[in-house]
Design a protein around this ligand. Structure first.
Ligand code: ACM
Ligand code: ZN
Length: 518
């Protein structure tokens, strides 16, 4: 069956189910919205208008609730002219409709809609099925983010993590501190790899999401059962913020939103007591905007050179009797975590920002494990983890380096003991945008990788992924998104492409693909 992600159990039965004019739907009132969505899909596909009834006995397409089922789960049975759909909750019903859409191929207009009789039982293995988008290195607006949400929801992903602040741009409106946007949301050049060279150009890159954009996005995502998780990266990756507020750096001398990629030594000063209420104010507005349970505080790649040379930072470390600067970062994050806990939030941090004395309540997002099985060890020791190993889940790298098979075959819970499996919340792919300047490259890097991510995240790898994935290409075509139509499971693994990506032309794969399309 052409379904991505592959359901937990599927079985074909002899016979076929036809959706026809005159078919009648019964649905539990709770599912009305999703059922109307299904009716609209059917109408658009084959101009068939389905009727609704209150009388279950006269219906042949029946959506009911199964209160005892696992969250997000659903069950579909097509047999002897009756479609029975049982859903645990609204999310389960949303996913049942997405499965019916793929099963009946409702995105392809035609005369007749049919499918083999079958039985499908489905529920996700992982409750966190995420995608991270970096809108700092290059800015992507609310409309583009909504296109991503559409695709995510079709393959049952449920967390969109927005990386909102970094050295190269602060990209969320904070009303109390307009300088963050007036100064921090614009840079006057970027490091590029083009024409066989790596250099810094002078093109202005600007933009941020307004609070109104966020309201729109949060509600759009929520209708599709997706939570948006905001990230304010602290104390490193803060140059844009520090350009607006240089007094919050250790040197007081941060003068420009960073144009180069990589890691800056300028980080937020931990010894300046005014930094703490300032960041709490920012986080307060973030909490107002995003209803998500989770707030990501970054914590990655924060070199301590400035802290070593800063009187205030050294004094604070001594006052708190801390053993080193990493502990000073742990303390800083803990101040903000406690502030967020009062607002009912749970903090996520990248794994390199977590030390042995960090709170056990911080969820660890494992991108660069210090040991090969750091994620599993953390889960086995009681910490909740989200798995994002860069070698498999970073979609900014060329396909030549990270082919689909690496993402598809990744098993997030490998090495985790049975009693700790629930500590593996799930998996998230990351799309960093240093070398993603526009939506063509964005969607080229994302599609069809998102299908491999969904298959991994839902948790039941099925056979013939390649064939199922090619069916998805029709959708990308229909909605007019650029995708890598040449992507195969192990294909595109060309070393020269990878070398060129880093040294000569960061768009080599996209350009070769578009050239061959012509
Ligand atoms: C990261 O890639 N710095 C989380
Ligand atoms: Zn300092």
């Amino acid at each position: 069956m052409n379904i991505i992600p592959h359901p937990k159990k599927t079985e074909k039965i002899s016979g076929s189910f036809f959706i026809k004019q005159g078919d009648v739907i019964f649905c539990d009132e709770q599912f009305l919205k999703n059922v109307r969505r299904f009716m609209q899909m059917v109408e658009q596909c084959a101009n068939i208008t389905l009727a609704m009834t209150d009388d279950i006995g006269s219906a042949n397409i029946i959506f009911t609730r199964d209160e005892s089922a696992l969250p997000e789960s659903y069950f579909i049975m097509l047999s002897q002219g009756v479609a029975t759909i049982k859903c645990a909750d609204d999310a389960g019903c949303f996913y049942a409709v997405e499965t019916l859409r793929q099963l009946f191929d409702l995105d392809r207009p035609r005369e007749q809609i049919s499918c083999v009789d079958c039985y499908i039982e489905d529920s996700p293995k992982y409750r966190y099925r995420g995608l991270m988008l970096d809108i700092c290195r290059h800015f992507f607006d609310a409309d583009t983010i909504m296109r991503i949400i559409d695709i995510m929801s079709q393959v049952k992903l449920n967390k969109l993590h927005l990386h909102l602040s970094d050295d190269q741009g602060f990209r969320i409106e904070i009303k109390k501190y307009p300088e963050l946007n007036l100064v921090g949301s614009t840079r006057n050049g970027s490091e590029v790899v083009k024409n066989g060279k790596r250099y810094v150009d002078d093109k202005v890159v600007s933009g941020y999401l307004t609070q109104c954009d966020i309201q729109k996005l949060v509600s759009y995502a929520s209708e599709r059962h997706i939570d948006i998780i905001p990230e304010i990266d602290l104390p490193g990756h803060c140059v844009a913020l520090l350009t607006a507020f240089p007094q919050f750096s250790c040197t007081g001398q941060v003068t420009e939103v960073r144009k180069q990629w990589g890691i800056s030594k300028d980080i937020l000063c931990a010894g300046n007591e005014k930094v703490y209420p300032f960041i709490c104010d920012v986080l307060d507005e973030i909490c107002e905007m995003f209803p998500s349970q989770y707030v990501h505080l970054g914590g990655d790649e924060a070199p301590k050179d400035r802290w070593c040379n800063c009187k205030l930072c050294r004094e604070r470390m001594a006052e708190l009797n801390l053993s080193g600067f990493d502990e000073l970062q742990t303390n800083m994050i803990e101040v903000f975590r406690k502030h967020l806990v009062h607002k009912g939030k749970t903090v996520i941090c990248w794994n390199d920002g977590i030390t042995p004395s960090s709170s056990k309540d911080i969820v660890m997002q494992v991108w660069k494990p210090f040991t090969t099985n750091q994620g599993a060890r953390e889960a086995n020791s009681g910490r909740k983890v989200i798995m994002s190993p860069f070698s498999k889940m970073y979609f900014d790298y060329p396909y030549g380096m990270t082919p689909l098979s690496k993402t598809l075959h990744y098993v997030p819970s490998k090495g985790v003991k049975k009693q700790f499996l629930s500590n593996v919340m799930g998996v998230e792919a990351c799309l960093w945008t240093e070398y993603v300047e526009d939506t063509d490259k964005l969607f080229f890097n994302l599609l069809p990788r998102i299908d491999a991510l969904a298959e991994c995240a839902w948790g039941y790898r099925g056979v013939k992924f390649g064939k199922r994935m090619r069916k998805r290409f029709e959708i990308y075509e229909k909605v007019g998104l650029v995708y890598n139509g040449k992507a195969t499971l192990n294909g595109c693994r060309k070393l020269h492409t990878v070398r060129n990506f880093f040294k000569k032309d960061a768009n080599i794969e996209l350009n070769e693909y578009l050239y061959k399309q012509k």
